[in-house]
Design a protein around this ligand. Sequence first.
Ligand SMILES: [Zn+2]
Length: 153
Amino acid sequence: MLLFKYPAEAPPHLSTVYLTRKLEFSASHACRAAGLSEEENRRLYGAASNPLGHGHNYVVEVTVRGEPDPVTGMVIDLKELKQILEREIVEPMDHRHLNHEVPPFDRVVPTVENLAIEIWRRVEPHLPEAARLHAIRVYETPDLFADYFGDRR
Ligand SMILES: [Zn+2]
């Protein structure tokens, strides 16, 4: 019988750490599905369907995972992470009307769910190899948020 034995010292992959940075931006949106009638949009999204839009103070939590670098003790350079989030999320979205100024929300309904997916798409390609994107959490209000963990098919 073959018995699996743990090595005396934990292998490096057991020191995976999840690191989260929080950011905020304010934006307007209107929740309207292009394929639905005015009445259906109103029934589905309520006041949020008003085409003039309304604002939210969005809070985003970006979680990366990796092993702390043996020299720096960091999973990712925090300045670099902050710069990526400023450039890819805050600059293009802060004080914008998402439906009119931030693609793909001219054709994709800017719900909190779709915002989480879009933020993943914008951030993921810019992260260094050592820090993989683990989760995007977007709060639309203090009591409503969406989590996205990437396409795991
Ligand atoms: Zn809203």
